[in-house]
Design a protein around this ligand. Structure first.
Ligand SMILES: NC(=O)c1ccc[n+]([C@@H]2O[C@H](COP(=O)([O-])OP(=O)(O)OC[C@H]3O[C@@H](n4cnc5c(N)ncnc54)[C@H](O)[C@@H]3O)[C@@H](O)[C@H]2O)c1
Length: 327
């Protein structure tokens, strides 16, 4: 990968100007290393409004965005457009960050990986939770053997979403569980078997799933229990909201989004979680370091995205067939 030692801040263009773009824009506004230069959204009215709000140029087409003077493209489109958009960005020599899930299926993802491998620029998945300091520390402790033999990784996500917001996505499995999967892959690698369940959705009108779980087998001693619901909040004592715990024979570690909490003014969630918001800033800092030639700054790579896709596909098969599946 080519090291990039430009004097000016990284000039970033957004493909997609929806809810997640608000969080990336906030992170960029707090960074001295990057600036938001241009935005494209097929909803021209939205693109123009965002450009006015963020003080950048608006484009009516992807070609227009890619022809602009930019160093990097953030692919923030609905998932089904990620791969086409990212490939177009890479082919015009732009460093590229692709939101999660990186692709809709393994075939598409492998197509992107082969273009990214041949490109002389960065292609980084938007695996933002991997940059949360407590979760980076957990991975370090586990890799250094400080936690001993990891017996349990537990990840609980309980954040109620409105039906209006949930309607933007294809369901909880591909909206939330990718985060759980790359955290599990980062700590424990690819599991040997995946069991999973997806409940009947409880929405009034939507048909996409609102709650799902996966159990990952890491023989001989390890288990990961991964749960996500968009249906309910946890208002009880020591609420889960988003809690990760790793229990090992020599130690344990945890992370929670409850460490800083306030009214949200950006993104898809009604509550603001400091750790979540900051994850976009830390992810951006890692992206900028990777562009400068420090590939090791990428905490969760495209290879991890491939492992995530294998786990999610296995989970979907497992949920349908009521049996454990090898990813
Ligand atoms: N990392 C996270 O925690 C996180 C959180 C939310 C969403 N996401 C991911 O981000 C992506 C976008 O989610 P969102 O919440 O912004 O959704 P959204 O529906 O709010 O926004 C998507 C935007 O993309 C635009 N769009 C549609 N097709 C496009 C195309 N071909 N090119 C450019 N723009 C296009 C739409 O007009 C819309 O404005 C999804 O893949 C989602 O999984 C990640």
């Amino acid at each position: 990968m080519r090291a990039d030692r430009r004097a000016h801040p990284l000039r970033i263009g957004f493909a997609g100007a929806g809810m997640v773009a608000e969080l990336h824009a906030l992170a960029i506004s707090r960074s001295a290393e990057a600036g938001l230069t241009a935005v494209f959204d097929p909803d021209a009215e939205l693109a123009n409004a965002r450009a006015a709000q963020w003080g950048c140029r608006a484009h009516a087409t992807l070609d227009g965005l890619l022809a602009d003077e930019l160093d990097a493209i953030f692919v923030l489109t609905p998932t089904e457009a990620h791969v086409e958009t990212a490939i177009a960005a890479l082919e015009t020599g732009k460093h590229t960050l692709v939101e999660k899930p990186v692709a809709s299926d393994l075939g598409e993802l492998e197509r992107l990986v082969s273009v990214a491998d041949a490109a002389d620029v960065v292609c980084m998945p938007g695996h933002n939770y991997a940059y949360v300091p407590e979760l980076a520390r957990m991975r370090r402790l586990a890799r250094d053997g400080r936690l001993g033999d990891l017996r349990l990784l537990s990840i609980m996500f309980a954040i109620a979403h409105t039906e209006e917001v949930a309607g933007h996505y294809e369901g909880v499995v591909r909206l939330v569980l990718p985060h759980h999967a790359y955290l599990a892959v980062g700590l424990l690698g690819l599991p040997e078997r995946v069991s999973a369940g997806v409940t009947e959705p409880g929405w009034d009108h939507l048909s996409q799933p609102d709650q799902a779980w996966m159990a990952l087998d890491y023989p001989p001693h390890g288990t990961a229990l991964l749960f996500a619901t968009l249906a309910v909040d946890d208002d009880s004592a020591d609420p889960w909201t988003f809690v990760v715990k790793a229990l090992g024979t020599k130690g344990s570690a945890s992370a929670t989004w409850r460490s800083g909490i306030y009214e949200a003014d950006a993104g898809s969630m009604a509550t603001g979680y400091a750790a979540y918001e900051e994850s976009y800033e830390l992810e951006l800092a890692a992206f900028c370091r990777a562009v400068r030639g420090e590939g090791s700054a990428i905490a969760s790579t495209l290879a991890d995205a491939v492992a995530v896709e294998r786990v999610l596909t296995a989970a979907e098969t497992a949920a349908r067939s009521h049996r454990a599946v090898r990813p």
